[in-house]
Design a protein around this ligand. Structure first.
Ligand SMILES: [Fe+2]
Length: 230
């Protein structure tokens, strides 16, 4: 008996969805579900007899639609958890920095890590696995140029994450180079954004990215503040 931990990649958006839980009580949480993959999650949950206790969104996504409404049909008692600045207009619990939940005998701690979006949170499971959403990426960080993103917030959020224990495992919300896992120590050594200690250099680097808008932003954000689509 021990932790349940699954990392599922959505190939279209390169999003990582995480299923975390306690194999003794069979309670699980799904972090950042993707609508197109709902059958995969359902199969996994039904096959293992897992009960979906929490549906957590690290932020309001601009690149995919969440599977929350579909999953709620099968697990109506699951609690949807988002950051306190989320603009969600369906039934959610908005958590603030350092709020806790339990899943079986394991802890889940929430950290506000704005920057990519204002409502971004990171989730620490069992004190040693951090799901960073689109704040800290392996070797980089999320973009900051829409949804009330802020370079200054990102700078402080990355520094806040770096204060965690060095052996804390890092699980990002995306990776475009097929990497799956990192840890705080490696990010301190190798992450190009974390290494930019001077704020002006950090700001200059992010301002130089000039990325095109996410392809699905105009359909994703309005759907996601409602929990997705039926
Ligand atoms: Fe995002």
């Amino acid at each position: 008996m021990g932790v349940i931990f699954r990392q599922i990649k959505d190939l279209t958006s390169s999003t990582y969805t995480y299923i975390i839980g306690d194999s003794l009580t069979k309670e699980v949480a799904i972090i950042d579900s993707v609508r197109e993959n709902v059958n995969e999650y359902k199969d996994l949950l039904f096959k293992n007899d897992w009960n979906l206790k929490y549906l957590i969104e690290t932020h309001t996504h601009a690149d995919h639609i969440t599977a929350i409404l579909q999953l709620k049909k099968h697990f109506p008692f699951s609690e949807v958890i988002v950051g306190k600045f989320s603009e969600a207009i369906y039934e959610v619990t908005k958590l603030k920095d350092k709020d806790h939940r339990k899943i079986g005998s394991y802890s889940i701690q929430f950290f506000e890590t704005p920057g990519h979006t204002k409502d971004s949170i990171s989730i620490l499971f069992d004190n040693n696995r951090l799901m960073t959403g689109d704040c800290l990426f392996i070797g980089s960080c999320g973009r900051t140029d829409f949804q009330q993103g802020s370079i200054k917030d990102m700078y402080f959020s990355l520094n806040k994450i770096m204060e965690l224990q060095e052996d804390t495992l890092i699980y990002p919300g995306h990776d475009y180079n097929n990497r799956f896992i990192s840890n705080i120590k490696e990010e301190k050594l190798l992450n190009k954004m974390v290494k930019l200690i001077n704020y002006d250099d950090f700001e200059k680097e992010l301002n130089s990215w000039n990325l095109p808008p996410p392809k699905k932003i105009s359909e994703s954000v309005p759907a996601n503040i409602l929990g997705g689509l039926e």
